[in-house]
Write a protein that binds this ligand. Structure first.
Ligand SMILES: *[C@@H]1O[C@H](CO)[C@@H](O)[C@H](O)[C@H]1NC(C)=O
Ligand SMILES: *[C@@H]1O[C@H](CO)[C@@H](O)[C@H](O)[C@H]1NC(C)=O
Ligand SMILES: *[C@@H]1O[C@H](CO)[C@@H](O)[C@H](O)[C@H]1NC(C)=O
Ligand SMILES: *[C@@H]1O[C@H](CO)[C@@H](O)[C@H](O)[C@H]1NC(C)=O
Ligand SMILES: *[C@@H]1O[C@H](CO)[C@@H](O)[C@H](O)[C@H]1NC(C)=O
Ligand SMILES: *[C@@H]1O[C@H](CO)[C@@H](O)[C@H](O)[C@H]1NC(C)=O
Ligand SMILES: *[C@@H]1O[C@H](CO)[C@@H](O)[C@H](O)[C@H]1NC(C)=O
Length: 670
């Protein structure tokens, strides 16, 4: 019995030791890959991971497990892999999510989601060390929730989509070390090499166009011992996912080897990609018809191609139900021309919901700001547009006028009046070039209060802003405050799609009951307005990491000044002596009052306006039960950080150091 066991063990060990896996695929026709999602092998032998406009994933794995360790639980052996891929998006600048080379404990990743989750993870397991997944991502969309650097990068992911290290796609030339950018979604064939050195414990990733040999300098190099991540036996393969843009992700060839260099791919033997886009090749021309006819035909063809391309370029989504909104609907072409093709130079800023570009409308020459919102889910779009249009009818001197909208596949454009002085936060934080005087600040505060009051009570229906903060207050030419971005949060709020992870509202401005229930009310706007008041009076952000001893929460800081009877000392020092003490005191105390943890104890915007105008005196704070519980008035009672992080998964990314900040936000016991 025992000898039998020993024999079996020896057999097993000798098998493991002698069989270092290696394989090479030049096309996948005869490969027995394990496919999942929408991945398929074409008749020509291409591995087509995706070709869909829907949010779908495509995965393909080598069918057998690969032994990565010489001894169980030992260090991971060296390995190396290389593959050739090509990505064809429908539009030249927009695409699905990219391709990842993946190593996983199972032949497939059950429960993983498409879209930004890449078919690799989902919201609940992203970043968890129990995943045992290593991936090299060729990422073609920027997801700020994962800290993506741009929409065209290569990253090394360990157990989650927040890359350990990432870099813009490109390669270093061998001769002079110069860096050449590569566009992953260009449709060009590119080759990737991934190498892990089991002794040095280092991962290297190299990328190059197919006609360039392997560059000597890797694009990405990371010292990381993956031994705890990699299990003894793992599967290797590819994952890809699409969003709302038709994108085809192909792999043409692939080789892999443990303990050695992956066999070279004979490029000439790779299957051919189908012709997509490009001018049709015509034998007709080579046969030798008279030159004149040839040129006439080619002019006609290029004119046709031009017209078709142009049509595609400016293609937009317009459904029947939208016809009633005619006057509020902008043509994509006009917005494209206005913003010079959404040029980087016209970028005004990047907000929580998208990028904002400056533009000049072609015929009217009106200056506009265009907010480009990527929105993959079409759910709720109809109702959202109805709301946007009704919001477009809101007119108030302290609201940024919304002129209209436009829709394309996966994108929504909101067109606003252009505000030449940009947003208020630029005048408050980080050593601003121009500091606003107290009288200017007080006017801004009163303006925002009045705009919010209008939204809450003066219009035909209650509109909740949901994201009041200094960076959403814009200043016109005369430094009048205009509240922007209202209602946008709703688009995400309502989204029931599991992929929707955008946080609604911003940490530090979120009322405790809002983070608990996720429900926005006029009271949660008042809470955010309280944080805004403190920001403007103190010139500090609501949450700011500032060393171990100092307070992180502005609210705590102001509160402790108030508690010591010296609330005025909390004011922005850059105001110098130019301030009206009574007004500063009023604003700070009102800020505390609006930040009360009990919604019922907060004033309404109607009352706020009256306090600011001096029509009512502000009640004594101490009579409102603020002092007894001290700091807790900002904190919820039963919640914990994990509750919070669950309901707002992306909050960690929105603030640097936010986990530190959020923990202190909710600890309550300091
Ligand atoms: C790959 O493995 C096969 C056995 O499966 C072996 O015959 C061959 O020599 C190996 N090639 C390389 C390059 O290691
Ligand atoms: C992808 O799908 C579209 C529409 O479904 C089709 O027109 C196109 O030919 C497909 N492309 C490839 C390469 O299969
Ligand atoms: C193909 O792989 C499957 C496992 O995915 C295996 O069951 C089957 O036997 C394999 N077929 C061939 C011909 O290797
Ligand atoms: C595993 O064994 C191979 C020889 O079979 C050796 O080259 C390699 O360095 C070993 N790997 C580790 C991590 O010890
Ligand atoms: C996430 O993925 C894990 C493992 O792949 C799975 O067990 C879990 O059910 C998934 N969670 C959701 C919410 O889909
Ligand atoms: C990681 O996943 C394991 C098992 O799926 C679970 O028990 C654990 O709570 C997760 N950890 C975190 C931090 O989510
Ligand atoms: C490469 O792309 C980066 C942005 O990703 C840009 O800053 C840089 O100028 C580009 N370099 C070249 C040579 O085009």
């Amino acid at each position: 019995m025992l000898s039998k066991l020993v024999f079996l063990l020896t057999l097993l060990i000798s098998l493991v030791a002698s069989e270092d896996t290696n394989f090479t695929y030049l096309g996948f026709q005869s490969a027995n890959l394990s496919l999942d999602g929408i991945a398929e092998i074409t008749s020509t032998g291409l591995l087509k991971l995706t070709n869909e406009t829907k949010q779908q994933k495509g995965l393909a794995f080598f069918p057998n497990p690969i032994t990565f360790k010489n001894s169980s639980n030992g260090p991971v052996s060296s390995f190396s892999t290389t593959f050739v891929f090509a990505i064809f998006p429908e539009y030249p600048t927009l695409s699905g999510h990219g391709i990842a080379f993946v190593m996983a404990p199972t032949r497939g990743l059950p429960g993983a989601l498409p879209s930004q989750w890449f078919g690799l993870f989902n919201r609940s397991n992203n970043g968890n060390a129990t995943n045992h997944v290593v991936a090299i991502e060729l990422d073609t969309l920027r997801n700020s929730e994962f800290g993506d650097i741009n929409d065209n990068h290569v990253g090394i992911d360990i157990n989650g989509l927040k890359s350990e290290k990432s870099i813009a796609a490109g390669y270093y030339a061998d001769n002079n070390g110069g860096f050449t950018n590569l566009t992953l979604i260009s449709g060009r064939q590119m080759q990737v090499w991934v190498e892990y050195d089991g002794v040095e414990k280092k991962i290297e990733v190299t990328l190059a166009p197919i006609n360039v040999g392997k560059p000597k300098t890797p694009l990405l190099s990371l010292s990381y011992d993956i031994s705890p991540v990699i299990e003894d036996n793992m599967y290797v393969g590819f994952a890809s996912s699409t969003g709302s843009i038709l994108t085809t992700h192909y792999v043409l060839g692939w080789s892999f080897k443990v303990n050695g260099l992956a066999p070279e791919l004979v490029l000439s033997q790779l299957p051919k990609l189908p012709r997509i886009g490009g001018k049709p090749k015509s034998k007709f021309l080579t046969i030798g018809l008279p030159v004149i006819i040839v040129s006439v035909v080619s002019v006609a063809i290029s004119a046709l191609v031009y017209v078709i391309r142009r049509k595609r370029k400016f293609e937009e989504l317009l459904e029947d139900w939208e016809l009633q909104y005619g006057p509020h609907r902008f043509k994509y072409k006009d917005l494209y021309i206005a913003t010079k093709g959404f040029r980087e130079k016209e970028l005004l800023g990047t907000g929580g919901f998208g990028r904002v570009y400056r533009g000049i409308l072609p015929t009217s020459k009106i200056e506009i700001a265009v907010k480009k919102v990527s929105h993959e889910s079409r759910q709720g779009m109809k109702q959202f547009v109805a709301e946007i249009v009704s919001i477009g009818r809101l007119r108030h001197r302290n609201l940024v006028p919304l002129l209209g909208y436009c829709r394309r596949k996966g994108e929504l454009f909101l067109v606003y009046d252009y505000m030449p002085n940009r947003s208020l936060d630029k005048y408050l934080f980080d050593q601003p070039k121009v500091t606003l005087s107290w009288s200017q600040r007080f006017r801004v505060i009163k303006g925002v209060a009045s705009g919010l009051f209008y939204l809450h009570e003066e219009w035909e229906q209650v509109v909740i802003h949901r994201d009041v903060k200094a960076s959403n207050v814009l200043l016109d030419g005369e430094l009048n405050a205009k509240l922007g971005d209202f209602g946008l949060a709703r688009l995400y709020d309502r989204g029931t799609a599991p992929q929707t992870t955008h946080m609604v509202g911003t940490l530090g401005y979120l009322a405790p009951e809002h983070s608990r229930s996720g429900k926005a009310t006029p009271g949660t706007d008042v809470f955010a307005f309280g944080a805004f008041l403190l920001e403007v009076a103190c010139g500090r952000r609501p949450i700011e990491p500032r060393g171990a001893t100092d307070d992180v929460l502005l609210l705590d800081w102001v509160f402790s000044h108030w508690n010591r009877g010296e609330i005025l000392e909390a004011r922005d020092v850059s105001l110098g002596a130019d301030y009206v003490a009574e007004e500063v005191e009023l604003v700070l105390k009102l800020g505390l009052l609006c930040s009360h943890s009990e919604p019922a104890a907060r004033p309404s915007m109607r009352q706020v306006v009256k306090f600011l105008e001096g029509d009512f005196p502000l009640p004594e704070l101490s009579s409102l039960g603020l002092c007894a519980r001290g700091l807790t008035f900002a904190h919820n009672k039963g919640g914990s950080f994990s509750d919070f992080a669950m309901s707002y998964p992306s909050s960690r990314d929105r603030f640097s150091q936010s986990s530190f900040a959020a923990e202190s936000l909710l600890s309550g016991g300091r």
